[in-house]
Design a protein around this ligand. Structure first.
Ligand code: NAD
Length: 493
């Protein structure tokens, strides 16, 4: 069985404690690989390697920006050459349909190319300032932060890593990357790719292992200047507290429970399809999933009947064979989802399809659940309030635009929201009122490397992707220059 190792200071290593855990294929239950767990000393070594790379050797930080950009482009090229291999491994490790892993790999390649291009364009600003201290020129430059710890979840193992690695490295930081422990295989391959492309020793380090030990140590270290975290809101809150020790910069991409509002002036087929993309893509293990459908009362029956008909017809099976829906990431996640469904039923929601473990044929040993639709839901139900990360959608009805907006915003989260209507003015009105960082009109769930991604309220702080995504990993320095050096007569004596 293949063994996955840590990558610290340019060396692949076993880790001090020889502790291991296993990577499991969730579609078959088979063991894919043995993974070495980082001990506290290994995390400390990775932090020191990154610190030395940033503060002493400075090879990456001081590299000619065109050369740095070329290395990032080379990463994209090597990734492109290994795209099919990575997609297959991702699917076996995480359970999503192969074609979705292929899209993720393509997005990852594009993301590296995008940030390689972005750092070649001029940045910073020059300000017209008052002459209180004499004639001055005031301008800003962007600089790297230093050592950045990047902690990611399991739902898009490759892509969530790349969303952080590409901009943080492009900005000239040295990084320590910690992927979620149940899906590490493509992260290890990604570090191999960085090495092959010529990232200098110590500039990119990989530590594997559980969040409680490895992640905690990164969040607490006074030598780490920033923690960029994607994961659950509860862990994000604990990272914020730990980061307070040395006033680290934190970037938090957290959970969501996003509304998808369907008005009656609808193109039913299109809206049903977008609703399905919104909740069933990636088995619903998407932070921005449109997991709360709010449908105008007059079209409730037509919309729900069609949604259930199509959800029920979705194919399910080994994700390598490209079914519509793959396996849940692990047994624990499947159990959480099933418990959530049971709670939904007990609280009075009506399960119209799915809601139970699926074990037919090739799904016998894997962690599968069919696409699930709950009707007759209310705001106070657990399945409407809590994010579980599942292919489960709740249906609620509304009568007026105001009611839809109130229900949409009745959540602690604020990651995303969709509005389906052919009335352009109404779409603009509703989107303006949604307290969410990502909104969709007549679609649900697309995201783009070029556009900022992030949440309001308890869904996070900061933005990934786009120009904002690069700026997250930069400090801004103000430089003021007196154009006529000399005394200014500020004091009278
Ligand atoms: P999680 O919070 O359990 O874990 C995320 C990462 O944090 C993992 O690498 C984990 O090992 C690590 N971790 C766990 N405890 C830690 C601690 N005490 N200190 C430091 N690190 C720790 O989340 P998950 O189950 O992997 O992913 C699902 C969650 O991620 C969902 O809530 C989902 O909404 C969220 N998510 C958000 C976005 C977004 O862009 N907003 C994207 C994907 C996933």
């Amino acid at each position: 069985m293949e063994r996955q190792r840590l990558y610290i200071d340019g060396t692949w290593m076993e880790g001090t404690d020889i502790k291991t855990f296993h990577s499991i294929n969730p579609a078959t239950g088979e063991r894919l690989a043995e993974v070495r767990e980082a001990a506290p000393q290994d995390v400390a070594a990775a932090i020191q390697a990154a610190k030395k790379s940033f503060s002493e050797t400075r090879e990456w930080r001081d590299m000619d920006v065109q050369q740095r950009s070329n290395i990032i482009l080379k990463i994209a090229d090597v990734l492109a050459a290994r795209r099919d291999e990575l997609a297959k491994v991702e699917t076996m490790d995480m359970g999503k349909p192969l074609r979705e892993s292929e899209c993720d790999a393509d997005d990852a390649i594009h993301c590296f190319r995008y940030y390689a291009g972005l750092i070649r364009t001029p940045e910073g600003g020059c300000y017209e300032v008052n002459k209180g201290f004499g004639e001055m020129h005031s301008y800003t430059v962007h600089e790297p932060i230093g050592v950045c710890a990047l902690i990611t979840p399991w739902n898009y193992p490759l892509l969530m890593g790349v969303w952080k690695i590409a901009p943080s490295l492009a900005a000239g930081n040295s990084i320590i990357y910690k992927p979620a422990s149940n899906c590490v295989l493509t992260s290890v391959k990604l570090l191999e790719i960085l090495e092959e492309a010529g990232i200098p020793k110590g500039a990119a380090n990989l530590v594997l292992g559980p969040g409680g030990t490895v992640g905690d140590a990164l969040a607490e270290s006074p030598d780490v200047g920033m923690v960029a975290f994607t994961g659950s809101t509860a862990v994000g809150q604990s990272i914020m507290k730990k980061a307070a020790g040395n006033v680290k910069k934190v970037g938090l991409e957290l959970g969501g429970k996003s509304p998808n509002i369907i008005f009656a002036d609808t193109d039913l087929e299109a809206d049903v399809e977008w609703a399905m993309i919104g909740i069933f893509m990636n088995q619903g293990e998407i932070c921005s999933a449109g997991s709360r459908i709010l449908v105008e009362e007059s079209i409730h029956d037509a919309f729900v009947n069609r949604l259930v008909e199509r959800a029920d017809a979705m194919t399910i099976g080994n994700p390598l064979n490209n079914p519509d829906i793959g396996a849940m990431v692990c047994e624990g996640q499947l159990k959480r989802v099933l418990a959530h469904c049971e709670t939904g039923k007990k609280e009075g929601a009506k399960c119209l399809c799915g809601g139970e473990r699926y074990t037919e044929g090739e799904c016998a040993k894997g962690y599968f659940i069919r696409s699930t639709v709950f009707d007759a839901c209310t705001d106070d139900m657990t399945i409407v309030k809590e994010e579980i990360f599942e292919p489960v959608v709740t249906i609620q009805t509304f009568r007026t635009e105001e009611e839809a907006i109130r229900m949409a915003n009745n959540t602690n989260y604020g990651l995303a929201g969709g509005v389906q209507t052919r009335d352009g003015a109404r779409a603009l009105r509703v989107v303006k009122e949604l307290r969410a960082g990502i909104t969709w009109v007549n679609c649900c769930n697309p995201s783009f490397t070029e556009a900022p991604w992030g949440g309001y309220k308890m869904s996070g702080i900061g933005r990934e992707l786009g120009i904002h995504g690069l700026e997250e990993y930069q400090e801004v320095k103000q430089i003021n220059i007196a154009l006529r050096p000399g005394t200014v007569g500020w004091y009278t004596n």
